[in-house]
Write a new protein. Structure first.
Lengths: 484, 495
């Protein structure tokens, strides 16, 4: 009877071996697949099992990790001035994942980034509690505050850039939201999320990066840049050959100016820019042609996504428009669309003598106390020659001195700007968007470039203009940036 | 019993052990001191795990540490003393292994109790399990003391059959609850419930052993050769058909895939050992596969289980199949998250498994918190229990003892395979519990009884044959006592 017993014995051994092989397969070979399975809630809990690193603005953390010692989550994220910084930080919720810097920098913030391995190991050996790393932003809290308060209850966005480096000093979008209202996992968090998600005003949309608007007259800067770069005009004082009434090529539709009293016939480039003559720049654009305009627009960054590292939508300059369409494209209407970031980049490139620096939001990444990466500045393109940039600066400074942008004047500071009042909607029936794109240079060499857009500044279309609504906000932001 | 057994009894292994036994233990051939030492480890390891859980979850040693430690030690030492007195030559490893598994199970159940509200319908199960452990050990001691010789059980062959049938049939007449997921394997009296299948496992083995001991020659010899296989006569097919039908009936009426597989597998193994005819295995496999296929296609419950095995993550999808459960998927994620070394006791999140996390799926918790390393160690322990049991079968001198030991050990092995295989997704899940580890009183008490019977068989097998050998040669007792004693086997066969 012993022979079959031995065989049974081997059979039982095979059963145990099969189990061992199976667990080696599941826990060894497949382990990370199961551990990172989207249905594995452990990944969510792990994220809040220890303090998350902070997002730093102006030397101060604008985020916190509150020890809530919940059943599932030990920590919960909270924000200082949540609505003001929401376009920068994004949210990090136990229930609704994360967005923007909270998501993109999650590796650093949650401490799982491979670059933090050494630090984590050291902490583990020395018995220090695990902690995430910090992300230092380029945001200047004063600029951010000026933009946020300037926009107030109005719908809109504002971006401020340091032209010399590309550092983003302000990134504002209104109406905003408080990410702290849905950071947890309670019924209240769910309610807050649902309300925000279904709000027709889209408070969670980052308008500074993810909304493209018709840039309106602010795009005339790009048209003027094309004209100087291609040699169509040599100087701002060149007289343009423009009739009093300009009929769009191939049609019988006249292109009208914002105010019929404006004196735009045969105006100089400078005069046309001061008054923001549609006829002059429409004709200029039609004569330059869509291809040249597009080439110049793309040098400023149009038709391409930008990551700062948050992804910004690509601004759009069309190809293949008919001549009448090109004339409208050239004054920022028709198919031309731009994000506030894009228009700030245009102003920054002009202010920085034509050199467009890559815009960036994250200055440093680090573990507690140690810097592990620092942003290196990087030129995106030479948008225009320094000579053209000088001419454009002259145009913009004149606009602020005696044109439509006088609201942006700051004593003792060189300010250049361009207003825009962009029509949109079916047959331009929507309330126009008020734009102001500008730069300021202080005597100490400090510089800032700003773009502001206000979607619904007034219920009366006649009351809306870039100069009256957007320029004061831009002014406040420039003052904050230069310390004036 | 043939000359074959006599010759194969003298293996190099048994010879070596005999030599060691004589040199190390002198004229005390039992291994009780080894057992006591191993028992020490088996107590210290769970106590350290207990402390570990307390430190990880509360930052302090558990309050009941001393009390629980002393209580468990008292139980284990009580069991050891009973063995020392009433089964002095029993296998020295079985008691420590069972103690270790029982202790680790207690710690894990206590740890899951501490998950609190994270586990739905969580209540403190550890005190209850501790009480059942006590009853289990009491059962062990009772069997060791009262069962003077395992051969007594042979007298109850047919009574065993009746009792086993009643136990197996009983749950079908009791209402099942919604949370049992369709399996009818419990008998409930209010809040008290027992799983008669666990006891039926042992009692059926007694019946099979007694029955086959009597019938084995008829089954083995009276057969015709057909296509290289020895086919049994029609009338000898009777018992196997009855058992086959029985397991199919369990499957149909109690929708208990696991028990059905276990009982049929057990019978085929014992039939093979009794008759040494490979044809029975072919027969058994054909019948079980055929039966399983028919039932699986007809029974929705079984089909659900098979689908859950094929696609464990389907339950998480937007349209989960009806009656599907997240359990297997959750367990696999638990195991994967544990990885190679685990999260450490008390630091995993195996409460995500939710339903049955403390019972059928307790391996998931071990896998997450102790990792692959821990599960390999656990399987090693189970493997050792099985191998000690089978070694007892080899050493036993009487065919009834051999059959009983081989039956109990392989039933244990099959149960471990069916449960662990189901939980880790190797085979479709069936409703059974991990012996000693899982929450459940019936299972604990039954498995302690199983270990006790195995130890009694090994005690008889290794006991020096005093009566005939003591007078003529002084070295006799040692030689016979330590080895499996091949010459005695023929004596057992003739008795």
């Amino acid at each position: 009877m012993n022979k079959p017993i031995r065989r049974v014995s081997i059979f039982c051994l095979v059963l145990i071996l099969a189990l061992m092989l199976r667990v080696n397969w599941v826990q060894g070979v497949q382990a990370s697949t199961w551990a990172n399975n989207p249905h594995n809630d452990r990944t969510k809990y792990d994220k809040y099992a220890y303090p998350r690193g902070n997002i730093i603005v102006g030397g101060q953390a604008v985020t916190k990790s509150d020890f809530v010692n919940g059943l599932r989550y030990k920590y919960k994220r909270s924000w200082v001035d949540g609505p003001m910084y929401a376009p920068v930080t994004g949210y990090s919720s136990q229930t609704y994942d994360a967005s923007q810097l909270e998501k993109l920098e999650d590796g650093i913030l949650s401490g799982t980034d491979s670059r933090l391995f050494f630090r984590n190991t050291l902490d583990m050996l020395t018995g220090k509690p695990k902690q995430g790393g910090d992300v230092v932003t380029t945001i200047d809290p004063k600029v951010q505050k000026a933009g946020f308060e300037g926009l107030g209850n109005k719908k809109g966005a504002a971006v401020a850039i340091d032209p010399k480096t590309g550092a983003i000093l302000g990134l504002v979008s209104t109406p905003s939201y408080d990410p702290g209202t849905f950071a947890g996992g309670t019924k209240d968090d769910e309610k807050a999320w649902t309300a925000l998600d279904s709000d027709p005003n889209k408070p969670m949309l980052n308008r500074a990066l993810r909304e493209t608007y018709p840039p309106g007259s602010t795009f005339k800067l790009v048209t003027a840049a094309t004209a100087f770069e291609t040699g169509k005009y040599q100087s701002p004082s060149d007289v343009t050959d423009t009739p009093d009434q300009y009929i769009l090529p191939g049609t019988s539709t006249p292109l009208i100016n914002a105010s019929p009293t404006e004196d735009c016939g045969n105006a100089t480039v400078q005069h046309a820019m001061d008054l923001s003559c549609n006829t002059v720049f429409g004709k200029m654009g039609a004569e330059l042609g869509g291809d040249k305009l597009r080439a110049q627009a793309e040098k400023f960054g149009f038709n391409k996504e930008v990551t700062i590292p948050i992804r910004a939508d690509a601004s759009h300059f069309p190809s293949g428009s008919k001549p009448d369409g090109t004339a409208m494209d050239a004054i920022g209407q028709h198919d031309t669309r731009a994000t506030p970031l894009q228009m700030a980049m245009v102003a920054a490139a002009i202010a920085n003598n034509g050199s467009l620096m890559e815009p960036y939001l994250v200055a440093q990444e680090g573990s507690a106390g140690n810097v592990i990466s620092t942003h290196t500045e990087h030129q995106l393109s030479q948008a225009v020659s320094p000579a053209t940039a000088q001419k454009l600066q002259q145009l913009m400074e004149s606009v602020v001195q005696h044109g439509t942008g006088t609201n942006a004047k700051i004593p003792g500071v060189t300010v250049g700007g361009k207003t825009g009042t962009a029509q949109h909607g079916q047959d331009n029936s929507g309330l126009p968007f008020a734009w102001f794109v500008s730069y300021a240079k202080g005597q100490d060499g400090k510089q800032v470039a700003v773009a502001v857009v206000v979607e619904d500044g007034s219920s009366e279309a006649q009351q809306i203009s870039g100069g009256s609504l957007a320029a004061p906000i831009a002014k406040a932001m420039m003052q904050a940036a230069l310390g004036k | 019993m043939s000359t074959f057994d006599v010759s194969s009894g003298r293996t190099p292994t048994t010879g070596r052990r005999r030599a060691v036994g004589r040199s190390s233990a002198g004229d005390a051939p039992n291994r009780r001191n080894t057992e006591l030492l191993m028992l020490g480890f088996a107590l210290v390891i769970p106590m350290l795990a207990y402390a570990n859980v307390g430190l990880a979850m509360d930052g302090s040693l558990p309050a009941g540490m001393l009390k629980v430690g002393l209580g468990m030690s008292a139980l284990a030492v009580g069991a050891h003393l009973a063995v020392r007195r009433f089964a002095p030559y029993a296998d020295p490893l079985l008691l420590p292994l069972a103690t270790l598994l029982n202790g680790l199970g207690l710690v894990m159940i206590w740890r899951l109790d501490k998950a609190g509200k994270l586990l739905i319908k969580n209540f403190a199960a550890a005190p209850n399990q501790l009480m059942w452990s006590g009853l289990g050990v009491a059962m062990f001691i009772g069997v060791v003391i009262l069962l003077k010789d395992h051969r007594i059980l042979q007298r109850y062959t047919y009574i065993s059959m009746v009792v086993a049938l009643v136990l197996l049939a009983a749950p079908a007449f009791f209402p099942s609850r919604a949370e049992d997921f369709g399996a009818k394997i419990w008998i409930r009296f209010g809040s008290f419930s027992i799983q008669p299948g666990e006891f039926a496992k042992i009692i059926l083995t007694v019946f099979f052993a007694g029955f086959l001991m009597v019938k084995k020659d008829a089954l083995a010899l009276a057969s015709r050769k057909f296509m290289g296989l020895y086919l049994p006569r029609g009338r000898d097919l009777g018992p196997i058909v009855v058992v086959w039908l029985l397991s199919i009936l369990i499957l149909v009426f109690e929708t208990d895939l696991g028990s059905s597989f276990l009982f049929f597998g057990l019978f085929v193994v014992m039939l093979y050992v009794a008759t040494e005819r490979t044809s029975w295995i072919v027969f058994g496999l054909t019948m079980s596969l055929g039966g399983a296929a028919v039932v699986a296609s007809a029974e929705p419950h079984v089909k659900t289980r098979i689908n859950a095995w094929l696609d464990p993550m389907a339950a998480f999808g937007p349209k989960p199949p009806s009656q599907s459960s997240e359990q297997i998927g959750q367990t696999l994620m638990s195991l994967g998250s544990g990885g190679t070394v685990g999260t450490g006791l008390g630091q995993g999140r195996s409460w995500l498994i939710q339903f049955a996390a403390k019972s059928d799926f307790i391996l998931g918790s071990f896998g997450e918190e102790l990792g692959l390393t821990g599960l390999m160690a656990l399987f090693m322990i189970y493997g050792l229990v099985v191998q000690r049991g089978l070694r007892t079968a080899l050493a036993a001198r009487d065919p009834f003892g051999k059959l009983l030991a081989v039956g109990l050990s392989s039933a244990f092995a099959l149960q471990v395979f069916v449960v662990a295989g189901g939980v880790t997704g190797l085979i479709p899940l069936t409703g059974m519990t991990m012996p000693f580890l899982a929450q459940g009183g019936s299972s604990l008490v039954a498995n302690w009884a199983l270990i006790a019977i195995l130890m009694k068989i090994s005690d008889t097998a290794r006991r020096p044959a005093v009566e005939p050998a003591a007078i003529p040669e002084p070295a006799g007792p040692e030689r016979l006592g330590a080895g499996p004693g091949a010459p005695d086997e023929s004596r057992g066969a003739t008795s």
